[in-house]
Design a protein. Structure first.
Length: 116
């Protein structure tokens, strides 16, 4: 692990935060090769960069910073949509239960008529 690369990533993140005034709670950790299928990700406000190559690590930092800040911008919409989906699911379930009870009543009426 190269401390120079870690320092470069930290300085680059500070530059991004300074120029954008976004992601101010973010920090960066360079963990080369520790999560092979991913180049990087954000967990608990830490940009984890897995790329062993310094140039690719910086590119990954940029990508994850932008992804994080864009995701924050759309978070309120995700929250509203998820609440709407919950409400629609609840209403759909109630309607289905009403239909099931209606059909059950109809079936019982048919069975009763056949008995008499």
């Amino acid at each position: 692990m190269n401390p120079k690369t870690e320092l470069r990533l930290q300085k680059e993140l500070e530059r991004l935060k300074h120029h954008s005034n976004l992601g101010l709670r973010l920090s960066v950790a360079w963990e080369p090769g520790s999560n092979e299928p991913l180049s990087g990700e954000v967990k608990n406000n830490i940009i984890l960069v897995y790329e062993p190559d310094e140039g690719k690590a910086v590119d990954t930092l940029h990508h994850e910073f932008i992804d994080y800040t864009v995701s924050l911008a759309i978070e309120p919409y995700k929250t509203v949509i998820n609440e709407l989906i919950k409400l629609l699911n609840k209403n759909a379930y109630k309607r289905k239960e009403d239909v099931v009870e209606g059909l059950r009543g109809l079936l019982l009426d048919i069975i009763d008529k056949e008995r008499t």
